[in-house]
Design a protein around this ligand. Structure first.
Ligand code: UDP
Length: 488
């Protein structure tokens, strides 16, 4: 530095606050790692359980000398009625704990305020999940800019803001079950129903949460989305116009992971049997295996698992199916799954617990993904050029399916008409025939070629978006620059 020239500005400090659910933590942790790798400082604020689960990421960052840290705020609060280990949505025991869990999260505002006040200098920017609106008051009282992170597709985000602005949510709530409504203001026709609403908080009892989230969205300084312009240009344009604020499209964030990161950054420290899974995939023919997984939260009853298992067996295809630990806990389920593996010897593998999803999707043997359409799963699949069978279960997943099937043309729907609720829902319809039929449509010859070709094209575009000179890479550069303070 020449004598007398001013020192370079300090790197901006981003404080990231994900909703404490795996599907929300994963992309924000990826973003934090990207920010730290690109010269900013990043702190992820979550609960102690998640800090523990993310220890591998913290250690990796420390080894690489990256300014990335994790802070755990005390949770759940006393008097919430939640057990002490209920510090992440995947620890919620059943549907009755779901609302108490969400309402207890609002109590994090106090500890978060104290934490941010303890920082000197104050952070340059808070990036908080759309579902964590309790950060808004802290940011505004301290004069800290705040962006909200909207985890689903931009297609969903635009449907949602249009639905809210045009009073569609109220209309749907009062409508009959089968009434279909067109979402106004969308660049493509989209219809929704009571069971497939264009809003994240559309379950009874969540009205206050939705109002708070919308308010926090309106008062934020902009939005961060996990998507890329070659995938959703028309919706990004519409969303920015509707929001009247900058929208930063920074994805697919998962592409910041190299193979060795892909287990640690998923937020569960150990992936049991990763080696065995990869060895099994190594033995399969290229593009022959269907990966089957329904994200981190949704849980199924034994009879639903049996139906899915029959569908996989009847399809005649090779499959790698992830069944959650809790789902596979009952002895009759364990035995049934063992018998299924024996009947489909060589072509069927059941993972009990948590799979290394990125490593699986990037394996050459994987040719399709039966997904519940959580946006991370969909985008990870697209980023690896893998077409999908869509079976949405709840929340934004129905509209993510519309995007994938009708707009992008990279998916074949299972076509199950009504939703599976989040946890162990008795009424959830499952149909082995539908699963087998959709798998055959995706993996068989003929029309499937189109979905596969398009998925590969988007996969290429996704990689380019994240490389230097690509749209998401350059948008992140601008984001960091815009929060870099020149020394006053
Ligand atoms: N995931 C994983 N292993 C699993 C199940 C899920 O790594 O066995 C990851 C997956 O890669 C994705 C996230 O968990 O990043 C799930 O997020 P998504 O939005 O798809 O669904 P949600 O869990 O929010 O319903």
């Amino acid at each position: 530095m020449a004598a007398g020239s001013p020192p370079p500005p300090p790197p901006p400090h981003f404080v990231l606050v994900p909703l404490v659910a795996q599907g929300h933590i994963i992309p924000l942790v990826d973003l934090a790692r990207l920010l730290a790798a690109r010269g900013a400082r990043a702190t992820v604020v979550t609960t102690p359980l998640n800090v523990d689960r993310l220890r591998g990421v913290a250690e990796q960052a420390a080894r690489a000398g990256l300014p990335l840290e994790f802070v755990g705020l005390p949770f759940p609060p006393a008097g919430s009625g939640l057990p002490q280990d209920c510090q992440n949505a995947d620890m919620v025991a059943d549907n009755s704990q779901f609302l108490p869990f969400f309402f207890a999260l609002r109590e994090l505002a106090g500890p978060f305020d104290a934490y941010v006040r303890s920082l000197a200098p104050r952070p340059s920017c808070i990036i908080s999940d759309w579902c964590s609106p309790w950060t808004a008051g802290v940011a505004s009282s301290l004069g800290i800019p705040r962006l909200f992170f909207h985890g689903p597709s931009c297609f969903f985000a635009l449907c949602e803001i249009m639905a809210v602005d045009h009073g569609l949510l109220e209309l749907i709530a009062a409508a009959g079950d089968d009434e279909r409504h067109l979402v106004p203001g969308m660049p493509v026709p989209v219809t929704v129903t009571k069971a497939t609403p264009p809003g994240l908080f559309c379950y009874p009892g969540t009205e206050l949460l939705r109002r708070e989230a919308m308010e926090a969205m309106r008062t934020a300084d902009g939005a961060v989305l996990n998507t890329f312009s070659d995938l959703e240009a028309q919706f990004l344009e519409g969303y920015e116009a509707a929001l009247g604020k900058p929208v930063w499209a920074l994805g697919p964030l998962s592409l910041c992971n190299r193979d060795e990161d892909s287990t640690t950054s998923r937020g569960k420290t150990a992936v049991d049997g990763k080696q065995a899974i990869m060895a099994w995939l190594d033995e399969q023919a290229p593009g022959s295996v269907v990966y089957v997984s329904f994200g981190s939260v949704a849980r199924k009853l034994p009879k639903q698992l049996f139906e899915i298992g029959h569908g996989l067996e009847d399809s005649g295809r090779s499959f790698l199916w992830v069944v959650k630990e809790r789902e596979a806990a009952a002895p009759e389920v364990r035995e049934w799954l063992d018998a299924l593996e024996a009947r489909t010897a060589g072509r069927g593998l059941v993972v009990r617990g948590w799979a290394p999803q990125l490593a699986v999707l990037s394996h050459r043997a994987v040719g399709g993904f039966v997904t519940h359409c959580g946006w991370n799963s969909v985008l990870e699949s697209i980023a690896h050029g893998v077409p999908v069978v869509t079976w949405p279960h709840f929340s934004d997943q129905f509209l993510n399916e519309r995007l994938v099937v009708d707009v992008l043309g990279v998916g074949v729907p299972v076509g199950v008409a009504s939703p599976v609720m989040i946890f162990d829902d008795e009424s959830a319809p499952v149909a082995r025939g539908d699963i087998a039929r959709a798998m055959s449509a995706l993996m068989g010859g003929g029309a499937e070629a189109d979905e596969r070709r398009k998925a590969k094209e988007y996969g290429e575009k996704a990689r380019r978006a994240m490389e230097e000179g690509g749209s998401s890479y350059e948008t992140l550069t601008r984001l960091i620059q815009s929060f870099t303070r020149s020394e006053d």
